[in-house]
Design a binder for this molecule. Sequence first.
Ligand code: ADP
Ligand code: MG
Ligand code: MG
Length: 892
Amino acid sequence: MKFVYDFSEGNKDLKDLLGGKGANLAEMTNLGLPVPPGFTITTEACRAYLRDGDHVDGLAAEIDEHLAALERQMGRRLGDADDPLLVSVRSGAKFSMPGMMETVLNVGLTDASVAGLSRQAGGNDRFAWDSYRRLIQMFGKTVCDVPGHEFEDALHEAKTAKGVTDDVQLDAADLRELVAAYKKVFAEHTGHEFPQDPRDQMDQAVAAVFRSWNADRAVLYRRQERIPTDLGTAVNVVAMVFGNLGADSGTGVAFTRDPASGEQGVYGDYLANAQGEDVVAGIRNTLALAELEKLDKRSYDELMRIMATLEGHYRDLCDIEFTIERGKLWMLQTRVGKRTAAAAFTIAAQLVDEGVIDLDEALTRVTGAQLGQLMFPRFDLAGDPSALTRGVGASPGAAYGEVVFTSERAVEVAAGGKPVILVRRETNPDDLPGMIAANGILTSRGGKTSHAAVVARGMGKTCVCGADQVAVSGTTFTVGETVVEEGDVISIDGTTGRVYLGEVPVRPSEVVQYFEGDLDPARANDPLVAAVHRILTHADSRRALRVRTNADTGTDAARARRFGAQGIGLCRTEHMFLGDRRELVERLILARTDTDRDAALAALQPLQRADFLEIFREMNGLPVTIRLIDPPLHEFLPSLEELAVRVAVQHEHGRRDEHDERLLAAVRRMHEQNPMLGLRGVRLGLVIPGLFAMQVRAIAEAAVALAAEGGAPRPEIMVPLVGAVQELETVRAEAERIIAEVIGDSPVEILIGTMIEVPRAALTAGQIAEAAEFFSFGTNDLTQMAWGFSRDDVEGAFFWRYLELGIFGISPFESIDADGVGRLVRIATEEGRAARPGLKLGVCGEHGGDPDSVRFFHEVGLDYVSCSPFRVPIARLEAGRAAVDTDGSDHR
Ligand code: ADP
Ligand code: MG
Ligand code: MG
């Protein structure tokens, strides 16, 4: 097995083996771009190390060989006292994990080689000592777990002692003293001196990068992003180039387009006389990249050329890290860059216009989750709230909540159910739990490329960063005269970067307004709306799945139709038994004779007919699946407690109310230990004579009425909770009789089918299909019954623990459990179709609007998914993506 690859041996498609950073460093090297030489130790080596410990057979020898080659190429030996080669040791996994893994710069510097480094730099002592103190700091933190603040405190002291505020104001002598202080910190915490053997430094750093794969925060990030835990990280060893050699040197980050809006232009930050992370750590204020043109036009022009080359090569937005060493530009990293949801759509459409990609590929570059984000409401600024301050809009959305200042506090307050805004000077990987818990993140330092910004964008969380007027101290922050305490409410706008005191009301997004057909004309040419329109239209032309909606009212049906629904996949009838109709339901339940019961049903029937007519009208020409009454009937009666108290009070006052007493008796009689598994669904229809018949008659009459007006109703009657074909046959026989009677010679056609939501139904689907013209998978109940837990009872009780233990990657109610519940869906699909070739198959659980589940249903070959109106566009997009892209795994 080959464990080490020179940059010239790899390429961008080897991310599994070389990690993203290593693969792209190789790609840039092969493109002839100025990349410092180096090599990559593979993820396989990492996995072997994590499995076998320190002694991975053959690894040390391969590293020797590649290091020797690097030394020959550079004409310097690692850590040589007179003329040292220094390297960086950099982590890089397959998926970018911002700030998760660690990097050590300046490896090879020792007490002996620091003077050699100074000579190399033309006698620049300050630079040499600055590099050395950085090494001790990074090495101490990353490799030996020395608490980072110890070093920061020592640096702070050095600055205070000298009366300066900026690191660059420390001179060589100060830095030399700082090195001594750092070494003391190091020795105190580790019990040994800072290692003086360059190769030993390198080996220790490599091992630490391997181990960091299993650091707590890396594990947490992977869980959050659903990245597999067994990939391991690669390690890149790269010859150092120096941005801290003086004013003609510096380091920066850049994007080929704006990662927030997608606009073309020059985006990035640059910091002169700085190294590595300085630019993203918000230590000093960075310059906008455009300023570099004035400082160093040659490097700037070259950078622009390289950025164009990279975009052309990767055919997508790239982000870049670079360093300028005395006027010479070096590329240190690139990758296809993360971006906001809006930028994803805008850039995909731009690239189509530029002829770089076609619409199919554009479709694979956006996700349903991103479209979902664009449908979030925005702040309504009609009340003209005055902004408290402004930062950089780093991740869009509108969020408000109580101010908290620590990750721990964010988790606590959010656990109490309250929205939270996490306010920090800057964030670091230790803040991750708080960032996950918070509704929004506000930082006072750092730009669009800071840790807070990158991580928040990845999570789709609202973030404003670099609000530099915000002065955080303890449990308050101030902006000028205004003091904001922990617990006060603020609102932050991740698009504009504005921060408001109090809770600002929100309004719908323009994408939703576009779907609704009431987009403000001023926004008609909005590039984002145009991009969404174009890509979604293309998805519609490609998808095999139809998209219906779950809607119980005419209003919902009409909205869903505007959002592109192609019918109703689930119309629940239970709400039609609520409100002022409760009384009729009570009469039905309390009926002592057939006559009483028939009278109650007869009174309900015209009301139901009117409900159905309204829905058929809104969905004229499209199928409407109506589920016969499903919940246990006692849900329509007052609760046992309420009735018991009411009757007891009456007795105390010497009164008796016969109606209430009968109700109480009925509720007692109907009480169930496990209502979810009790008298509901088809069982109700078989036990209460006339109930389903009334509903079927109302449906048929409504359809005939619409047809008589010239409409084209397409009702589908769905029987819930069927587990055996005999149940369905019994209901079907009666329904067919009634339908025949009602429709006479009207052209109306009514299908009869069933939900598949009891595992037994899935397992006997071949039999059930004999009596069903369609199946609709009720994946909520199917999930509950397949796992044997009730969503309402258990989700809060133990799901967190299951997620923590990795038993679930995600709640099975959110995204379909493909292996278990999904297998039931597959079985029923195959056996149902085998028994009845024309069988229509759909899904009407919440999963119908979940991106990953939609992909699964496409693969299984269902005819349609059905979801809530707001999810219809998301399902349309995902169904299109599933159709053009059979392997979506890289487009996370
Ligand atoms: P991350 O994955 O956190 O971005 P990197 O490995 O990219 O970590 O490195 C951290 C910082 O150090 C980046 O700013 C990078 O550009 C810089 N850096 C890494 N290697 C070198 C090198 N050989 N010379 C100069 N700077 C480097
Ligand atoms: Mg980097
Ligand atoms: Mg159900």
